[in-house]
Design a protein around this ligand. Structure first.
Ligand SMILES: O=C[C@H](O)[C@H](O)[C@H](O)COP(=O)(O)O
Length: 346
């Protein structure tokens, strides 16, 4: 079993994880988890009232209840959606992970918990030859906790050797279109996820069937945008000018707690847009131009649109990394897994 504590980490890694942001000391794990889930379930998630109805049964979609919120729940207790995510995660890991990978990125959210479970199971069954060590690069506090809870070794993004590329990164998404553009950031993580995706040879996305749409902003109606707190009002103003008059700062369910803060202590704005176009359409806001336009607004740190080239396309062009996944694994209602792959690996 690969179980490590900070005591066994190189000192630079320990330092990277124990330094705290002066304005936001890390809250206790349970509270943090509640922040994430309450934001997603009560304020933002388009799936919050969704239930899958058949002629005989109605299944309410629920957030997993876990004694340790960073560990995967017992598979026998999973509802159909969680079960679909878990199946997709195991298939994605089976097809894109192996024990000899040195650096692997780990995204954030409820789905990636199963990806990490699958990786830990793979390493248990196929341990790497010693002293070979696999390192896992988190995309935020929640992601690091999930890595640690699985007994895997985290390494901070800024502790990576300068020339190292990650072999792969696994992450979830809020919505994926038919060209594999993604909306991400529903759980307030997107900046570090983009950093890690762009430092990876390939991004492999894990999701459930609700996220699979022809165009972005279909069920997930808003684009999450991470902004500097001081600039939030001027970003809202400019979003209005480019066609999103109802863009809003994401706040805690408990109003007095104020705006949600990201791992960078920034704010999140959710900007509704009409269904976005793909490169095949003829129209105004296609994914690429909207993402670039929003990113150009002063005060915007990152946009929750993962678009442009995937890792294979950048390599072909002599570049590195890529925001778009090379493959998306959707867990389906019937227990099957639908895999959508970039043309490069069809
Ligand atoms: O901000 C969160 C991340 O972008 C997540 O990857 C995304 O929201 C999907 O999360 P989940 O797996 O919980 O649906």
């Amino acid at each position: 079993m690969h179980r490590h504590t900070f005591a066994s980490l190189p000192s630079h890694t320990t330092r990277a994880f124990t330094s705290t942001t002066p304005h936001r000391p890390p809250p206790p794990p349970h509270k943090y988890w509640l922040n994430i889930t309450s934001t997603r379930s009560t304020l933002h998630s388009p799936y919050r009232h969704l239930s899958t109805t058949t002629t005989t049964t109605t299944t309410t979609i629920s957030t997993p209840t876990m004694s340790d919120p960073h560990k995967p729940p017992n598979p026998s207790t999973l509802d159909p959606i969680e079960s679909a995510k878990r199946k997709a995660a195991f298939r994605a890991v089976e097809e894109h992970f192996n024990s000899s990978m040195r650096f692997v990125g780990i995204g954030s959210g409820s789905t990636i918990v199963y990806g990490v479970e699958a990786i830990a199971a793979h390493l248990k069954a196929h341990p790497p030859p010693q002293p070979y060590q696999n390192w896992f690069v988190p995309t935020g506090w929640n992601s690091r906790k999930v890595i640690e809870a699985a007994g895997l070794l985290p390494i901070a993004f800024d502790s990576l050797p300068g020339d190292a590329m990650l072999e792969v990164c696994f992450d979830g998404a809020d919505e994926v279109d038919e060209e594999l553009n993604c909306i991400k950031g529903g759980g307030a993580c997107l900046f570090q996820e983009k950093l890690v995706a762009c430092r990876s040879k390939k991004f492999v996305c894990i999701a459930d069937y609700r996220k699979d749409q022809k165009r972005l902003c279909t069920k997930w109606k808003t684009v999450p945008i991470e902004v500097a707190p001081i600039a939030h009002a001027s970003v809202l103003r400019e979003l209005k000018l480019i066609g999103s008059p109802d863009a809003a700062l994401r706040e805690h369910a408990l109003a007095k707690t104020g705006p949600i803060q990201t791992d960078q202590s920034f704010y999140i704005i959710d900007a509704p847009f009409k269904q976005l176009l793909t490169s095949m359409d003829d129209g105004v806001w296609d994914v690429d131009s909207l993402a670039k336009r929003i990113k150009s607004i002063n005060g915007v740190l990152e946009v929750g649109l993962f678009h442009g080239m995937n890792g294979y396309q950048t390599q072909k062009a002599g570049l590195q990394g890529g925001q778009k996944p090379v493959a998306v694994y959707f867990g389906l209602e019937d227990g099957e897994v639908l895999v959508r792959k970039a043309d490069e690996i069809e």
